[in-house]
Design a protein around this ligand. Sequence first.
Ligand code: DQA
Length: 150
Amino acid sequence: MTLSVLVLNGPNLNMLGRREPEVYGGQTLADIEAACVQRAAPLGLSVEFRQSNSEGEMIDWIQQSRGNHAALIVNAGAYTHTSVALLDALLACQAPVIEVHLSNIFQRESFRHESYVSKAARGMICGFGGLSYELALEAAARMLGIEQQG
Ligand code: DQA
C-alpha cells in the first residue's frame, strides 16, 4: 500500500535557486520536488508537494489534509518563527508532522531559533539543504511503518 505524504512549503521557497544561494543552496524547489518523488517510491510513499506564500492557504491545505495524507513534512519558511495560526492548524491535524529546513536555523539569527512548528512536530531535520526533505521522507516511512505494525 502506498501512503501519501503532503510536503508543504511556505513563503519565498518558490525563489530557491535564486534566493541567497550561499544560505539555501543552488537547488530549485522543482529540483527538491523531483528528488522527493524519486526517494518516496521505494519507501512505499507518494508525495504531494505544494508551496504557498500565503499563510491562509497553507492553513487551508493543512485542514484539508485530514484523512488524505498519512504524514506532513513542513518547511513553513519565515512563518515557522511567527505563526501561531499555523501551529494551531498543525496541532489539529491528526497526521504526524515532520519539520524541515534547508539551513541550520540554530546557526543563524536568534529570531530563527524559535519555531512554532516544532511545538506540533514529532521531530525536525535542518541544515542539509534539499537533503533535509529526503531524510524527512525516510523518517516518515520508518515512523509510519512502526506505527502501522503497532
Ligand atoms: C527556512 C529558514 C527560515 O528561517 C527562513 O525564513 C526560510 C527558509 C529554511 O528552510 O532554512 O524561508 O525555513
